[in-house]
Design a binder for this molecule. Structure first.
Ligand SMILES: CCCC/C=C/CC(=O)SCCNC(=O)CCNC(=O)[C@H](O)C(C)(C)COP(=O)(O)OP(=O)(O)OC[C@H]1O[C@@H](n2cnc3c(N)ncnc32)[C@H](O)[C@@H]1OP(=O)(O)O
Length: 376
């Protein structure tokens, strides 16, 4: 049943009666749904980067894309009713707890047992990332950094962990707007990766299947990476006419070590082979198995697929009971001295990628994928 105007007005009044502040993430969602329900898609200029509050509000509204007014009204009413119910039953509002985020079914955020879990939920598209998903993941991380959970987890629903950037993001661009789109894509990428660099609590990737592109490169910014033995790790940037992101141009060589020199068999007089593993992945697009990725330091531990979920969640529930402040501070000690460098690398990678997106090599690769001529 669709929410009526009366239901909508009642919900607006109910918001004022909430006993507990629902937190910034929820307030931004409410704001965005209200604007979308009353004014339609965001049509105002983007505020400047230093206008933090208005930029966050604009981002939240803009992320709703072309969501119809009636659906936005319904989502607003549903969100308020879930907030009212939880603030009455427990006196506590957990951001996005155990429900799909309004406006986007492609991301599910739950909070339970001290763990906030962000699940990519587009299994029919191998969990490829749309612009809305990038925005929703940023909002979810922002909320998770402030909620009661001790750790945060990113995982995927279905047979894939994630197939990387949704390549249809490059389609339907009106002529004359290609450069603008590349520019805004680079800003989105930089903001997105910045959220991972700055995330203050232990961040865990539960890699439930193959991972491609940005979902692989980001792993260098996680604190733990658990993978099923069915997972593979693939960064086909050259094949796509693109270049590395997610700070992988720094984290991968660092974790995988310097060039590994392999001498040929003396009898057959082979040449010396010396290609760093990171280069083999990031430049030549070599796909690693889970065990290879573990040997290279990208994955913390590999589990048999049949027991993966059980073993990983038992482990994570135990970790989530450790003192949260100690974990947060230990992470800071480990990570903080690298942060500034990582932000600079992220900015540089994003700006190089902005140029790459305009190249013929990149455009041809996207056209080939979309016309089903090329698959990885
Ligand atoms: C603003 C931020 C920018 C960040 C930049 C990041 C760079 C990257 O992430 S680069 C990596 C981009 N990803 C890819 O190139 C993967 C492309 N996908 C594939 O090669 C194959 O789909 C894949 C090997 C992942 C799976 O193959 P199959 O098992 O044979 O499945 P299908 O190909 O039939 O896939 C099912 C369905 O999903 C669609 N799909 C999968 N991945 C993507 C994707 N990345 N973008 C868009 N669509 C994707 C695929 O087209 C199928 O759709 P339908 O045909 O409509 O069913």
């Amino acid at each position: 049943m669709r929410a009526s105007q009366k239901d909508f007005e009642n919900a607006m009044n109910q918001v004022k009666l909430l006993k507990k502040d629902p937190g910034n993430e929820v307030k931004l969602k409410l704001y965005a749904l209200y604007k979308q329900a009353t004014e339609g898609p965001c049509n105002v200029p983007k505020p400047g980067v230093l206008d933090f509050i208005n930029k966050a509000k604009w981002d939240a509204w803009h992320a709703l894309g072309s969501l119809p007014k009636e659906t936005s009204r319904q989502n607003y009413v549903d969100l308020v009713s879930s907030l009212s119910a939880s603030s009455e039953s427990s006196g506590q509002v957990t951001p996005a707890a155990d429900r799909k985020q309004p406006g986007s079914d492609a991301l599910v955020v739950t909070s339970q047992d001290g763990i906030t879990t962000i699940t990519l939920n587009r299994p029919d598209k191998k969990n490829a990332l749309t612009p809305q998903m990038y925005h929703d993941i940023m909002l979810a991380l922002e909320a998770a950094s402030k909620d009661d959970s001790a750790i945060a987890v990113l995982t995927g629903n279905g047979d894939y962990y994630c197939s990387g950037n949704d390549l249809t993001n490059f389609t339907d661009i009106p002529p004359g707007e290609v450069e603008d789109r590349a520019r805004s894509g680079a800003v989105l990428l930089r903001d997105f990766v910045d959220c991972f660099i700055d995330f203050p609590k232990p961040l865990v990737a539960v890699v439930n299947g193959p991972a491609v592109g940005i979902s692989v490169t980001l792993l260098g910014l996680f604190d733990i990476v658990y993978a099923t033995d069915r997972a593979t790790f693939h960064t086909p940037f050259s094949h796509l006419g693109q270049s590395p992101e997610g700070c992988s141009s720094y984290t991968f060589p660092k974790m995988m070590g310097p060039s590994k020199v392999i001498f040929g068999n003396l009898k057959t007089k082979c040449n010396v082979i010396s290609i760093p593993k990171a280069t083999e992945m990031l430049v030549f697009g070599k796909k690693l198995t889970a065990r290879e990725a573990c040997t290279q330091g990208l994955v913390t531990e590999v589990f048999p697929d049949s027991t993966f979920q059980k073993e990983v969640w038992v482990r994570l529930k135990a970790y989530s009971k450790l003192p949260p402040n100690a974990m947060r501070i230990s992470k800071q000690v480990i990570r903080n001295r690298e942060k500034e460098k990582l932000h600079a690398i992220n900015a540089e990678e994003s700006s190089i990628l902005q140029e790459r997106w305009l190249s013929d090599e990149c455009m041809n690769a996207i056209v080939n994928f979309l016309s089903k001529k090329a698959k990885l």
